[in-house]
Design a protein around this ligand. Structure first.
Ligand code: MN
Length: 505
């Protein structure tokens, strides 16, 4: 069973009739063998389906039409085992609407130095066949991923899997629906944006609801649902005694459970994959949903606070990309700094809404505390630390003529202190290459204060995702330095401005 079992990758080999039937038979069996071998790897998250060898323009066009039309096909993997003259591919490639991975591999790993003859040379032609294929894709300005290497190499599998994971997120968001409870937090700029442009580029549809629509469904949650959730909390978390049955604040826990049940009902009935809330619009809700947002994120929903639909959709996409990896993904905010020059750090958190998928087996406590904003009853929330490990933050902004994805690789540190008075989940990280460069580049890049934080998603997955969606992507990592980062942004501005003039999104 594959991680993405509702999606397959279609693999074909480019070829031609020049070399005779025997060579074609070998190409056929080699391509089938490679597709099967890759499919059998645990590190490859979707089935790779052999779909034949392409020897004529009609076959290529037919393959591209079928791949584009079949909803189960996430993307296509193309391998030029021999030389496949690329004028044959023009019509098909101009029709193809699925992401392309050009796999530049060779059936034989090693050159058989003592045995090599012209038959071997005629069969193992990827080295130049792949170049002919590269030319036509580049000439047609087709964005695609090129992976070079031997087909049994684990590093090659990892690169292909990053693309498969990005493809799965693209496929998910092409039919994704985001529910927005209440509007944007008043006066905040970065959480705004063009929802029509987002739907064109990224596929998801943002539905706005007055919070009253949600309040009615929350009010209709049944005692049975609430009882079941309260029982679940008691088995999964360390619940504060005052929240337990018989405790002074047990009713507040039931209110939190009612919020969760109602929101879950709303999102399930509407077929949503992500949602937003805002503390400025809570009419009819008793508490700002904290626990509910945390629990729903843990189930796989995207979430953005303060009406932030872009981050909500990004968190969902990142959750799909990271599926099955076990490290977790959450909505996040750079909250406060530790500016010790010897060890500068960032403490990430939010008012309440941090997903426990990133707790990594650490103890999760269920607590109730006052919230200084929103003017509502004290909200229940999960409180936990996050263990160390490599991770990243990503943020999505509307730049007016394109969306920009900004990625910062960070090293999460195991909690050194208890933080006994902090009533929210928290993460401590050291950004790459250092706080001064990372925060400087982030600010110059117009990066949002809200992010998707992940221990599963890699920069490569996000870059593949951005490329498939035609989005700008900027990376802040160990190699970043401000001067070249600024130049890169200026070049990008020019590119996207020119693209907008030529009718691009
Ligand atoms: Mn916020």
């Amino acid at each position: 069973m594959k991680i993405y079992n509702d999606m397959t990758i279609w693999m074909v080999a480019g070829c031609q009739h020049l070399y005779g039937e025997e060579t074609l038979n070998q190409v056929r069996s080699h391509t089938e063998e490679i597709a099967r071998y890759m499919s059998d790897q645990d590190g490859i998250s979707a089935k790779i389906e052999y779909k034949g060898i392409m020897t004529r323009p009609e076959e290529i066009t037919d393959f591209c039409i079928k791949a584009s039309a079949d909803p189960s096909c996430g993307g296509v993997m193309l391998w030029m085992h021999t030389f496949s003259p690329s004028k044959m591919w023009i019509n098909g490639l101009s029709i193809l609407s699925k992401p392309i991975l050009h796999f530049h591999t060779q059936y034989n790993r090693d050159i058989p130095w003592d045995e090599i003859d012209m038959d071997f040379m005629n069969l193992n032609q990827s080295a130049h066949g792949g170049r002919e294929h590269g030319y036509i894709n580049t000439r047609m300005k087709i964005d695609r991923k090129v992976v070079v290497g031997y087909w049994k190499d684990a590093q090659v599998h990892e690169r292909i899997d990053a693309w498969i994971r990005a493809v799965a997120a693209v496929k998910d968001m092409r039919s994704g629906k985001v529910a927005r409870f209440g509007d944007n937090m008043r006066d905040v700029a970065v959480t705004e944006g063009d929802k029509v442009a987002a739907q064109i580029a990224l596929g998801y549809d943002v539905y706005g609801y007055g919070v009253g629509d949600l309040a009615a469904i929350i009010a209709a949650a049944t005692d049975k649902q609430i009882d079941a959730l309260v029982a679940e909390y008691q088995t999964q978390y360390e619940v504060a005694p005052e929240l337990l049955p018989g405790g002074a604040r047990h009713e507040d826990l039931r209110t939190a459970a009612r919020l969760e049940a109602g929101m879950d009902n709303f999102l399930t009935e509407g077929g949503f994959c992500a949602f937003t809330t805002t503390f400025e619009d809570l009419h009819g809700l008793a508490q700002l949903p904290g626990l509910a947002c945390q629990r729903l994120m843990e189930k796989g929903y995207g979430f953005g606070a303060e009406g932030d639909w872009k981050t909500s959709a990004l968190v969902r996409a990142m959750k799909v990309m990271g599926k099955g990896k076990g490290g977790g993904t959450s909505f996040m905010e750079d909250y406060t700094y530790h500016m010790d020059p010897k060890n500068p750090l960032v403490l990430g958190s939010h008012m309440l809404e941090v997903c426990p998928s990133i707790a990594g087996g650490e103890k999760v406590k269920l607590e109730i505390h006052p919230l200084g904003i929103g003017g509502k009853a004290d909200p229940v929330r999960m409180v936990f630390n996050v263990p160390g490990g490599s991770s990243l933050n990503a943020s999505l902004m509307d730049m007016g003529n394109r969306f920009r994805l900004l990625i910062n690789e960070v090293e999460t540190l195991a909690p050194g202190k208890d933080l006994p008075k902090l009533p929210v989940a928290r993460v401590v990280w050291k950004p790459q290459p250092d706080l001064a460069t990372a925060a400087g580049a982030w600010i110059l890049g117009g990066g949002a204060h809200h992010t998707g934080y992940s221990k599963d998603v890699t920069t490569e997955m996000l870059l593949d995702y951005a490329e498939i969606c035609g989005m700008e992507a900027l990376v802040i990592d160990a190699k970043t330095e401000i001067r070249s980062f600024k130049s890169e942004m200026k070049w990008n501005d020019l590119y996207y401005t020119m693209r907008a003039f030529s009718g691009g999104v």
